[in-house]
Design a protein around this ligand. Sequence first.
Ligand SMILES: [Zn+2]
Length: 461
Amino acid sequence: MAIIIKGGTVVTAADVGIADVRIEGETIAAIGRDLPAKKSDQVVSAKGKYVFPGGIDVHTHFELPFMGTVSADDFRTGTRAALCGGTTTIIDFIIPAKGKPLAEAVAAWQKKAKKAVADFGFHMALPEFNEAVAKEIPSIIRKGVTSFKCFMAYKGALQIDDGQLIGVFNAVGKNGGLVMVHAENGDMIDVLTKQFTAKGQLTPEYHWRAHPALAEEEAVHRIIELSRFTDQPIYIVHLSSADGLEKVKKAVAKGYKVFAETCPQYLLLSADLYLKPKFEGAKWVMSPPLRPADHLEKMWGGLSRGYIQTVATDHCSFNFKGQKDMGRDTFAKIPNGIPSIGDRFNLLYTYGVGKGRMSLTRFVDVACTAPAKLFGMYPKKGSLVVGGDADLVIFDPAAKGVVSAKTSQHNVDYSAYEGMKLKGLPVAVLLRGKFAVRNGKYVGKQGAGQFIARGPSGKMV
Ligand SMILES: [Zn+2]
């Protein structure tokens, strides 16, 4: 039995046109006009709907031990929320313990991910770099973990210095991997955090003030120069500021191998949220922080014009009650992160396509195709091609909704986007040919997610 998705408007990163999609087993068997259906085939009408490739979110932190607690969404609730929001594949970050083999951390993450209901891959974070780490990198790449994240921030914990960054570029690059970076100057942040703390300035507002855009601008500049020095590409995660974007634009104009990701929060939310009374600003405490409102339109511009290639979430959820409030006495103890994996696809459609900030094809590129290409999953994932995985979203552009913690699938007690209106919602989501969402309801199966051993990262095919 095949499934035929009939008469929808099929959208890829390149084209928009009415077509049928025939699915046999886990893959797309044909795309074309008026495909014939056998009696045994299941025909699903998509008339008046868009048919998009399944979304890909390349930046999540499920069940992450962090800042004295563990992030609230695990691989089950996180990937379920992903599917309901049109995302069929995620890449989560393995954070290994210092001094321990990286392979041990891969095994630990594989164990946690057994609960996944969407497909998943892993990046490897490198909180230290030394000979043992360098030696192990090729075998990690052979396991299909082909991207490595470094931190220029979180001094005293995850931050590594320029010498180590150069070492990572050399070790990862020559084995077909891609270096990713959290680009904020951790020393600037450390100095400001200590200054505010000493003065008793401890509310969530000071988390934002301790992470100025200059700290991002400086780190973006420096990592671009280190990437030139080693002649290796660099992928900047969660680019948040117009200042950082300016550095990226200049580098792209000069032909340097720089890729950038941003997140819905840096396109839609602004720093005035930190000024909310009664500690409420803690809900948006994350690194990098939200920026003043005048950054937002510039970030949209960078995205629609191709300086930023991907939109991911950095989903790292902590409950307002019981987790965020660990930092009631000082912003430095508020667990960093927001929930958003279920909101990314819909927010980007409503406020990107719906508001005329980006085309339909650009939307598919940043939400699905470019992530698959950059992280070695294309054409199996990220587009609608014959022979590719049948991951797709049937999307009703007329459906209306409102983002709310009450209706969200996230396992957390608030929404970062509470009350924001949506126009356009998934009605059905298929993961490798099986319905995970139907009529807007989750119908997926426990353990349906598969590990994706990724190919070389860092190339746009
Ligand atoms: Zn992150």
